[in-house]
Write a protein that binds this ligand. Structure first.
Ligand SMILES: Nc1nc2c(c(=O)[nH]1)N[C@H]1C(S)=C(S)[C@@H](COP(=O)(O)OP(=O)(O)OC[C@H]3O[C@@H](n4cnc5c(=O)[nH]c(N)nc54)[C@H](O)[C@@H]3O)O[C@H]1N2
Ligand SMILES: Nc1nc2c(c(=O)[nH]1)N[C@H]1C(S)=C(S)[C@@H](COP(=O)(O)OP(=O)(O)OC[C@H]3O[C@@H](n4cnc5c(=O)[nH]c(N)nc54)[C@H](O)[C@@H]3O)O[C@H]1N2
Ligand code: SF4
Ligand SMILES: [Mo]
Length: 712
């Protein structure tokens, strides 16, 4: 047996440091590395062996021989497949113009080299623009059309003037940690969760705000459960108390904010009772929560996707940030820290800007402006209606489109109407059935690359040989680009990778020699807006157009949106649609993270499946009793759009009237119970946040019915 210590886990980009045991070059065991600051192992990591050697892994390139949607493919050599891919895309370009080509990447595209060179994680780090830009297409897209950017780009840019990666909760120094619409135990890697545990062991208290009683609620001193999609009203209620009871930081409000007076009038437009009734909390409970956030100076804030999927998701996140701003908790120890933006490592490659705007620019102009991306929610419209122009060629890397996007039937129709479609994945997903070519990707155990741990870059060394003929994503990308005439934009092989990624031969040599490179960390300073350290031009203030923390956003107003963080009732709710609510009385919330899966992934891994074999619908005991549903019953969840089968989890951990539905099912490579239950048949591709275009995954109407009520 061979033992390799302190290597990087290769299941996901979390990059935890692990020790592995190998036999005959094969991984047989995995453990979190001891005495390593990044040593950790999550539940999925524990099943690395099953994931790595799953019989379902794609092992050779595949070319479709049957009809689209049927799944008939033949194996091909890399040479043949890559030539076929380049030829297919060039034919589409000839016929429909370069803008008819689009690339899309997902959670499988986050390995450091892939995301650095394809530039999908963070727009500020965007190194190479869209994959098809050198051919003249503006259409680069990613799951950023439905994830992270409301929280990570729109809200922070329009309020602070920076992207979300420059705004950090100071968990280590906080005495109170407010977790609002996030569940840190599901972060991959779980470093934030560990930081919270350490803070709690030193006496910090947690307050959680969610729609049902999650892991973090159970760890909290206090938690509040809101009606899904209504946090904006809760935030405004808190702001009303802060302003009207005069407990805000007057100097900050006067000197450093824009729109304070307008906000004051806006929160006065409803009584506290009226604001409180919207999320369904008692006014006194909100008052208590407000004092709790206010009285402890070192109160920090952890947010994430829980607030992104309501009709006013961006505005809600802005309203929550405004609470911390008006309480003077911005860039203070234990509050919300401001960081200078990260520096680009990969050198930018410039291409001429195409004449055409990306798809989605008409509907979501701010999205396309800030992300410099196409909005993938508008992909079906472009394919099926040629609006704004025909899109006919798609390169999809590391995303399971048909399980992730709302209304999968419409997306499947669009995939089937493409003239050329290529998927790069580890498994044969539902999308693959519609592809012309499927290319097999490695897990990162099979790759030589690098990982980023804060200010340290660490070498990723190959742990096992590639499975079958699977290849590293970035080299597949290179080989396609080479055939399209711009291979030089991407590293060709491992000998080029580090030098290109780090920007110099010397650094690459250093990384190969030492295994890591540590960049110096700037000394932490506070209240940088006071002394000009937060703006590139060195002037005091925030890097927004007004130089202030913009409660009223000039950028939003410029694009025709309300400048204030106004609340909007979900457009499919018992309040906005009382008639519909008679047939569909329960509020449908989907997709809270579960430990055994990662969105659509690992639903074919026996060890993980054993822990949760079927997709669940969480329903309150009273609601279940009224419907004659018992725990474990097979049920049907219905919206006005469709119905899907699930298994009932009857519990008081979810309030009456609310539903929580697992997502991820609906893919060819999954265990049958999951493959048959695609949650997104119930969601709506036309009901979106008006600013970000994010679909409303978390505030819709449904009902739940027992299947075969007579049979037991
Ligand atoms: N109803 C509902 N829908 C949702 C959500 C919700 O909460 N509710 N959540 C949304 C969110 S936040 C997101 S991010 C999206 C998920 O968006 P997706 O990106 O579609 O996420 P996954 O389902 O994880 O699919 C990732 C795919 O990449 C493959 N893969 C993994 N690693 C690699 C790799 O290294 N290389 C390659 N080439 N492929 C790889 C996996 O096999 C898998 O097929 O779903 C969204 N959809
Ligand atoms: N194990 C595992 N880990 C994952 C993933 C996975 O699928 N599995 N997915 C990854 C992805 S793609 C992402 S984007 C991140 C997301 O990371 P998080 O955003 O931390 O994801 P969740 O754990 O779903 O936490 C969101 C919380 O918001 C709550 N919530 C939902 N609606 C509302 C609401 O209206 N109001 C309030 N206040 N709360 C609400 C949910 O119940 C949930 O507890 O996680 C990543 N990590
Ligand atoms: S978070 Fe990702 S990298 Fe870390 S142990 Fe889990 S699967 Fe491996
Ligand atoms: Mo996500």
């Amino acid at each position: 047996m061979e033992v390799k210590k302190s290597v990087i886990c290769g299941v996901c980009p979390g990059s935890c440091v692990v020790d592995v045991n190998l036999e005959d070059g094969k991984l047989i065991d995995i453990f979190p590395a001891k005495d390593e600051p990044f040593g950790a192992l999550c539940l999925r990591g524990k099943f690395a062996k099953e994931i790595l050697y799953s019989p379902d892994r794609l092992k050779k390139p595949l070319i479709r021989v049957g009809e689209k949607g049927e799944g008939d493919f033949r194996e091909a050599s890399w040479e043949e497949a890559l030539d076929y891919v380049a030829d297919g895309f060039l034919k589409v370009k000839e016929k429909y113009g370069p803008e008819s080509l689009i690339n899309h990447s997902g959670r499988g595209g986050f390995e450091a080299s892939t995301s650095d060179f394809l530039g999908i994680v963070n727009p500020e780090n965007r190194a190479v623009p869209g994959f098809f830009l050198p051919l003249g297409s503006p259409n680069v897209s990613s799951v950023g059309s439905v994830c992270y950017n409301s929280f990570g780009a729109f809200a922070p840019i329009t309020t602070f003037g920076v992207y979300g990666n420059s705004i950090l909760p100071d968990i280590a120094n906080a005495n109170r940690i407010v977790v609002w619409g996030a569940n840190p135990i599901t972060k991959s890697p779980q470093f934030q969760f560990h930081a919270i545990q350490v803070a709690v062991s030193k006496g910090a208290k947690i307050t959680a705000i969610d729609h049902f009683k999650t892991d973090i609620c159970k760890r909290a001193e206090e938690y509040h459960l809101v009606r899904s999609g209504t946090d904006g009203a809760l935030a405004l209620a808190i702001l009303k108390i802060i302003i009207e009871e005069d407990i805000y930081d007057k100097e900050f409000a006067e000197k450093w904010t824009e729109g304070f007076e307008e906000l004051k009038s806006y929160v006065a437009s409803k009584t506290l009772e009226e604001w409180a009734a919207i999320p369904g909390l008692e006014p006194e409970a909100i008052r208590h929560l407000t004092y709790q956030i206010a009285e402890e100076e070192k109160t920090t804030l952890v947010m994430y996707t829980g607030l992104e999927y309501s009709n006013s998701g961006v505005q809600t996140i802005r309203a929550v940030y405004t609470i911390w701003a008006l309480l003077g908790k911005i860039d203070i120890p234990g509050g919300i820290l401001l960081n200078s933006p990260a520096v680009n490592r990969v050198k930018e490659i410039y291409c001429e800007k195409p004449d055409r705007k990306p798809i989605g620019a008409n509907e979501y102009p701010l999205f396309c402006e800030l992300m410099q991306n196409a909005h993938f929610m508008k992909f079906p419209q472009a394919v099926l209606e040629n609006n704004p122009y025909p899109v006919r060629g798609l390169l999809n890397l590391g995303s399971s489109i048909l399980t992730s996007y709302p209304n999968p039937n419409k997306f499947a129709e669009a995939l089937s109407k493409l003239e050329f479609f290529v998927v790069i994945d580890r498994y044969f997903t539902e999308d693959c059935k519609y592809a012309d070519v499927v290319l097999p990707a490695t897990t990162y155990f099979e790759d030589e690359s690098y990982v980023v741990h804060g200010p340290t870059i660490r070498k990723r060394t190959r742990v096992v040989a590639p499975v079958g003929e699977a290849r590293t994503d970035i080299f597949i990308i290179h080989d396609i680009a080479k055939r399209l005439g711009y291979g030089e934009n991407y590293p060709e092989d491992e000998s080029e990778l580090l030098e290109r990624a780090l920007g110099s031969k010397e650094l690459a040599e250093q990384l190969n020699r030492d295994g890591f490179i540590k960049y110096p960390m700037a000394e932490r300073t506070f209240k940088k807006y006071e002394n000009g350290k937060f703006r590139k031009d060195g002037k005091p203030g925030f890097p927004t157009p007004s130089g202030k923390f913009e409660i009223k956003s000039s950028l939003l107003e410029k694009f025709g949106y309300p400048g204030l963080p106004e609340y909007m009732e979900p457009i499919e709710s018992p309040v906005s649609q009382p008639e519909l609510a008679k047939t569909y009385p329960l509020i449908l919330n989907t997709g809270t993270r579960i430990p055994t899966t990662f969105r659509s992934q690992f639903l074919n891994i026996p060890g993980l499946l054993k822990m949760q074999p079927e997709p669940l619908v969480w329903i309150n005991t009273d609601d279940a009793e009224n419907r004659n549903i018992a725990n474990g019953d097979k049920v049907r969840v219905k919206t006005k759009r469709n119905q899907v089968k699930f298994v009932a989890k009857v519990t008081d951990e979810i309030p009456s009237g609310e539903i929580e539905l697992n997502m991820g099912g609906g893919s060819a490579c999954q265990a049958e119970a999951w493959a048959k239950s695609n949650t997104n048949h119930l969601t709506d591709d036309e009901n979106c946040d008006y600013i970000s275009g994010f679909p409303i995954y978390k505030a819709l109407l449904c009902d739940v019915e027992k299947l075969n009520p007579k049979k037991k």
